[in-house]
Design a protein around this ligand. Sequence first.
Ligand SMILES: Nc1ncnc2c1ncn2[C@@H]1O[C@H](COP(=O)(O)OP(=O)(O)OP(=O)(O)O)[C@@H](O)[C@H]1O
Length: 257
Amino acid sequence: MMLSPAARTQSPPVRVSLNQASLRYRDADHDLFVDLNLTLPAGQWTCLLGKSGCGKTTLLRHLAGLTDDVIWQGELLTSDQQLLDNRVAYMAQQDLLLPWLSVLDNVCLSQRLGSSSSQPNTTRAMALLEAVGLAEQHAARPDQLSGGMRQRVALARTLMQDKPLVLMDEPFSALDAVTRHKLQNLAAELLADRTVLLITHDPQEALRLGHQIYLMSGRPAQLTHLDAPPSNPPRQFDAQMAAHQQSIIDQLERDYG
Ligand SMILES: Nc1ncnc2c1ncn2[C@@H]1O[C@H](COP(=O)(O)OP(=O)(O)OP(=O)(O)O)[C@@H](O)[C@H]1O
């Protein structure tokens, strides 16, 4: 079955801006970031790199509305002036699959939990499972799967949701190189018109997928805009990208002191 981007049932792509954002965990003795500015252009992918612990996941969770243990200041604006509530698909670092549901039911979960009274689109869910290589495992429980397989289920569940803002925290980290390449292409295709923020530790992945790339570093953390290739993602990796990758690694290394 051919998979196409989910039928758009919502408003056009949304631009999301964080302005002068400062955040500190209530039990921490320092700010994680201060006066941070970030714009996620509508319908484009933004990739975020940075040393472990610098605050990337916190930033993502904050955009997802999942931080209640923080002191926060700043503005979170959308181009349509609507709140982000219920308009965010969030793929966490942990796969967060429900152990008592089958793989297929996990993929359909957001539709089951949503306000819509319509039945989950199991045909699309099965097509997504086929695309991530797990159609045969649709009736399995998550604990019967490997870590990489579980990550593929979580990705299928994210791609199943029809949300204008998609936040993904290292979504391809547990995959082998060939599967990762294939699923990067699939996600780029199916989320082509969404506003995406993707965290990755892999400069090559950021260069393949990002319309724009940021490096988060320091304490309090700052964002540095890095050049992304001018072509449209997903990009093929070539000699120019390899040179680009090395310059990103050099910049990342500076944060390790
Ligand atoms: N609930 C919490 N309460 C207090 N401190 C926290 C909490 N969650 C995270 N932190 C701290 O905030 C800092 C940033 O954590 P965060 O998970 O955002 O980093 P990260 O850049 O995503 O790291 P990684 O790349 O390893 O996932 C870390 O020092 C972490 O210990």
